[in-house]
Design a binder for this molecule. Structure first.
Ligand SMILES: Nc1ncnc2c1ncn2[C@@H]1O[C@H](COP(=O)(O)OP(=O)(O)OP(=O)(O)O)[C@@H](O)[C@H]1O
Length: 330
């Protein structure tokens, strides 16, 4: 018997670990674009899942944004059926008419389709193919825009969207290994032209910045960036827990927040409380910025009678005596 190529074993081990932590007995669905990362993930899942007593299927989304996208989706779905993956779905989505740029609109449509499909099949989880290299890129992009620990924590290994667990089993696996695993299995990945398009910041980081970092600082730099994300994810989760408790403790009966309770908190917890409260009031997370939270915090720590703080969504928050409270829009 031919020896198993090490990258194939690496990807299978990562998938085995992810499946071991799952509850519920529905199938897992691999979200597969046909690119090297999610193709290697799908091949590994087709091998590992049945041996772990779990059904595995695949979903591929056709965004309809590039010529030939329907054929690509059909090829991926056909391959998946040959691998014994079941169920297999190819979902066409409409990206036009959604808010945000084309990339954000495509992502939103894709996640919606993935979650809808998972719910339809009662899936235990959706598996995404993000790798360690994707995580390193995410951390660098977050650093470049001055993100806080939440941004630097990168993409989580697990999160829930509309009640569906989304897992990223390959966050510790390099892109080089997913490519090598595909080659060892005789699979030809689809090359997404967007990945090489210098119009996108992520593509420029991938093509220019990461290779320069590796050349200057050595090959360990990608693993180190991903580790930074992991460490910050743990710290962020702990601070979020503290903030949730503090938010409950500082609420006043009218739904506002007590200034004395806020003043007693460390800044890292207080700003999280203010951020969480603003979201709860209806400020959209995408529009709520560091500047808004700093202005809310100043109502607590640098009070000199200043006027209300304007938050996204037309909300206004003012200090009234010893409370922060929502005031009527102008
Ligand atoms: N069209 C799609 N259909 C289904 N899943 C997708 C699609 N596009 C992306 N995904 C999922 O999202 C993950 C991240 O995709 P993205 O395009 O951001 O990264 P990538 O590194 O190019 O991944 P890949 O090599 O798998 O295409 C993919 O690995 C896959 O799990």
């Amino acid at each position: 018997m031919a020896a198993l190529a090490p990258p194939v074993a690496t990807v299978r081990t990562a998938v085995r670990r992810a499946l071991a932590g799952l509850t519920g007995d529905g199938p897992v669905l691999v979200a597969c674009s046909g690119g090297a990362d999610s193709l290697a993930l799908a091949a590994a899942t087709a091998f590992v899942a049945p041996r772990s007593g779990r059904r595995a299927g695949l979903v591929t989304v056709d965004h309809g944004l590039q010529p030939g996208s329907a054929e690509r989706a059909g090829t991926v779905a056909g391959w998946a059926c040959e691998q014994g993956l079941d169920p297999v779905d190819s979902i066409a989505v409409t990206v036009d008419g959604r808010p945000g740029g084309p990339e954000a609109a495509a992502r939103e449509a894709r996640y919606q389709a993935l979650v809808d499909t998972a719910r339809r099949h009662g899936a235990a989880a959706v598996l995404l193919g993000h790798t360690r290299d994707d995580q390193a890129e995410t951390v660098l992009l977050a650093l470049a825009r001055g993100a806080g620990p939440r941004g630097l924590a990168g993409m989580p290994v697990r999160r829930e969207l509309a009640g569906v667990p989304l897992l990223r089993p390959l966050l510790d696996v390099s892109r080089e290994d997913t490519r090598k695993a595909c080659a060892a299995l005789g699979l030809t990945p689809w090359e997404d032209p967007h990945n090489a398009d210098p119009a996108y910041a992520r593509a420029r980081v991938r093509a220019d910045v990461l290779p320069a970092l590796v050349a200057a600082l050595g090959p360990g730099v990608l693993e180190n960036l991903a580790r930074t994300a992991q460490l910050l994810a743990a710290d962020t989760a702990a601070l979020d827990d503290l903030a949730a408790t503090a938010l409950a403790d500082t609420r006043s009966p009218d739904g506002g927040l007590r200034v004395d309770g806020l003043t007693a908190l460390p800044a890292a917890v207080r700003t999280r409380v203010l951020h969480a409260w603003a979201r709860e009031l209806g400020a959209s997370p995408a529009a709520l910025s560091h500047r808004h939270v700093v202005a809310l915090d100043a109502l607590v720590t640098h009070w000199h009678g200043q006027g209300p703080v304007h938050l996204p969504g037309g909300l206004r928050v003012a200090r009234r005596a010893t409370r922060l409270t929502v005031v009527d829009p102008v």
